[in-house]
Design a protein around this ligand. Structure first.
Ligand SMILES: C[S@@+](CC[C@H](N)C(=O)[O-])C[C@H]1O[C@@H](n2cnc3c(N)ncnc32)[C@H](O)[C@@H]1O
Ligand SMILES: [Zn+2]
Length: 281
């Protein structure tokens, strides 16, 4: 897990965090003597001892996400995100994925920007275990995006945010001059064929406008793209897509099971995403 010096800040005293060479980079320390040891899987839990009121994704949700993403159904969107980010900041030295989950999108972005330092931040240690395994070169940090980020001012060239909470002033602070923010949200048509069947939450039609309004004091809108295509989803895919998101917390499992039992081999389901690219203003 190579670290980028001067990128990370100690969450306690805001001093610079550096890796302990004698410990093969498996510990981070600051001049104030605070120390963070990597978990066995390679991520750093910077939230130790400072619980949070936000519900992290559970192991079950993370497993469903890993299984769904590995089926490739969101790959066209991931590739489009990577293409847009690489086109917008071709010389990026570092990229932060805020709410990185299992690192699927950060992986796509860093493959299109070879040599770029990658930071995956998420509140779920179950998700970051996967991210750390999938992206051994990335720095994976368990952290709450609603707290001051453990990153120095102007230390990253791109922030990627896919279906995850956004702390806009903090994203702006950590971004370099001319850095970009890429926000991906689902469109109302996303998964429309299976939302009610699987008891999933509806998607508000105003998401894109809400994102634009939330960032407008800190960023200038550069480009909005829509990525829409049809997926052929099996019953297993539908179960995973239902269980991997926020709907999982209030899903009716019996309804889901009954619905899935009636699914033929696969059904066509719409994928529809908004990809909004903003430039630090
Ligand atoms: C719907 S998932 C999306 C994950 C990933 N971007 C993806 O699309 O595969 C939302 C992610 O945000 C994370 N998350 C939720 N609240 C958070 C917070 N306060 N701070 C950091 N991450 C948070 C969850 O743990 C989860 O991994
Ligand atoms: Zn410190």
């Amino acid at each position: 897990m190579p670290l980028t010096p001067s990128l990370l800040l100690c969450p306690v005293c805001r001093g610079p965090l550096s890796s302990v060479e004698a410990d093969r980079g498996r510990s981070l320390t600051c001049p104030g003597g605070h120390r963070y040891d990597a978990a066995r899987q390679g991520y750093f839990n910077l939230l130790t001892g400072s619980g949070t009121k936000f519900a992290a994704d559970t192991a079950e949700m993370v497993q469903a996400r890993v299984d769904f993403l590995s089926s490739g159904h969101y790959q066209p969107m991931a590739q489009e995100v990577a293409r847009l980010v690489a086109g917008a900041v071709p010389d990026a030295r570092s990229v932060l994925d805020a709410g990185a989950g299992t690192g699927y999108y950060l992986g796509a972005v860093t493959r299109s920007l070879p040599g770029t330092a990658a930071v995956a931040l998420d509140i779920s240690k179950f998700a970051l275990r996967r991210a750390a395994r999938a992206l051994p070169a990335a720095t994976c940090l368990v952290w709450d995006v609603w707290r001051p980020l453990p990153l120095a001012d102007a230390s990253v060239d791109a922030v990627v945010n896919v279906f995850a909470p956004r702390n806009v002033p903090e994203f702006r602070r950590v971004l370099s001059t001319n850095g970009i923010l890429m926000v991906v949200t689902p469109q109302p048509e996303h998964l429309q064929e299976i939302r009610s069947l699987a008891g999933m939450l509806d998607i508000g039609g105003e998401k894109e406008n809400r994102v634009a309004a939330a960032v407008k004091d800190h960023f200038r809108a550069e480009q909005t793209s829509h990525c829409e295509y049809s997926m052929n989803l099996s019953a297993a895919d539908i179960r995973n897509v239902a269980l991997m998101g926020p709907s999982a917390r209030h899903l009716d499992r019996d309804l889901l099971g009954n619905t899935l039992a009636k699914i033929p081999e696969s059904i066509p389901v719409t994928a529809s995403f908004s990809l909004q690219l903003f430039r630090a203003a």
